[in-house]
Design a protein around this ligand. Sequence first.
Ligand code: FES
Ligand SMILES: [Fe+2]
Length: 436
Amino acid sequence: MTDVTRLIDIPNGRLSGHLFTDEDLYQQELVKVWKRSWNFLAHDSMIPKRGDYLQTYIGEDPILIVRQKDESVVAFLNQCRHRGMRICRADRGTAKAFTCTFHGWSYDLDGSLRQVPRQDTAYPDAFDRADWGARRVPRLECYKGFWFGTWDEDAPSFEEYLGSAKYYLDGYIDRWDGGMEAVAFHKWVLPNNWKYMAEQPTSDMQHSEITHASAGMVLNKGSDAADRTKRGTNPVGRQFFADYGHGGAWYGLKGAEVPNTGQAMQRYEARPEVAEQIARRLGDDREVRGHLNIFPTFMLLGNYTIRVTHPRGPNEQEVWSWAFVPKDADEETKDSIRRDVMRTFSPAGMFEADDALNWEEMQHILRGAVARDSGFTYQMTGAPIQWDEGCYPGGSTAHVFSDNAAINMYAHYLDLMTGEDWAEIKRLRAEHRLGK
Ligand code: FES
Ligand SMILES: [Fe+2]
């Protein structure tokens, strides 16, 4: 069995290439990372009505999340208990029940087994449908319209899991009285390990001034993305991290007029009635929108691309990405925000292509026996870590370019991979707090 402790050296800021390629390690991750973390499943706007469902994943396990007749929400494994086919093969839709297309077992919206063909003539009397319902995701929580699930009964509550990241996440998703809605959706597969993508919104703002330099020059020509890309060369800003691996960063300082969003969003938020909502909900000075990641892979990028990536083996990931808009905005604003997302962080987006090329090349190079043995550095930790500094809860750094949040993400990952259960993971995290 691969020993993860040999691949991660937190005090010295070094990671091994095997962390991104090892098949045995990946199998451990499915159990220890994906089953035990809180995973994003759906937003209210994706399943607004009774019977609405969405098929998604926790790790590699297919999950159906379904709005019930009483408007509550249930999530269960999308695996028929007869022989293991998918209960529902569609990506999303509206249903009264789900019928497996193999032998026709049929399930209620909550995953309980409703009908078995030929039960009366071909099965013994002792066969009980109640024993063969779909496997329910035991912990499901809605946080401000976003649904998260975990298979671990002993995981902390979602708010405890968020910890100090709550302040920053709220600054992103809790700005407007009417809430948010998803307006566009893309999926695509990339040939690289999921951790490459996760660490980027968590910690790596510095790549943008190099990787995205040419895209920035093009987009600066009067597009909605202009103001944001210009700030790629400005290290003024802040990075934060939270105990359970979350992190993010934003340009600008508290109260500065430098939101990390496109012009359509800026115009919308400049309207007095919208500005009043933001000030009332968040206070006057919570300008904290940049990129952030709620571990493992719930990513929120500055222009309202919200996404999750699903692992597909050590060398592949499947990205699911939505454009989000303020629900109360006018159609023109919504469309402009959507188009900004399409231009930048969709599969055809300019920043997206830049990022994907790096990850694909890095993964490809790791096929080499020597390359895989290389160690990589996470030592850009010059700016000191501050705890609960001013209005900023948790760990943070008064410099937008830092590896601290990445190191924190891998420190949490290591504790998750080595901790027996959540009680031990909590103890390890308290013990290993970065900079304390
Ligand atoms: S596998 Fe679903 S009915 Fe047989
Ligand atoms: Fe990028």
